[in-house]
Design a protein around this ligand. Structure first.
Ligand SMILES: [Zn+2]
Length: 98
């Protein structure tokens, strides 16, 4: 199960890198093309690629914010465990044998 998660994370990482790299390379390669003016298919493809890169950037921003919120919540919960106001030794089922 752990190995499947590792393989899945690796595949997801490769897909993510390719989704960032391929449009960037296309935009760089076609930046100086001979434009025919309006309705140029290359310009439309460049616009689509730049939109894709913007969407990926927004997704990364949202995931980073969610990760920050979850990390802060987890840190708060682990901190609250040691504050005496949130429970007693009996409620935590801690046994003092000495
Ligand atoms: Zn063009």
């Amino acid at each position: 199960m752990n190995n499947q998660k590792r393989i899945g994370a690796g595949i997801l990482c490769i897909v993510f890198v390719l989704a960032m790299l391929v449009p960037s390379v296309f935009i760089i390669h076609e930046a100086g093309h001979d434009c025919i003016g309006e309705d140029c298919p290359i310009c439309q493809a460049i616009a689509t690629c730049s939109q894709l890169l913007r969407v990926i950037g927004v997704v990364i921003l949202i995931l980073a914010a969610l990760l920050g919120i979850l990390s802060a919540q987890r840190a708060w919960n682990s901190h609250a465990y040691f504050v005496p106001a949130f429970g007693t030794l009996v409620s935590w089922k801690i046994r003092l044998n000495n």
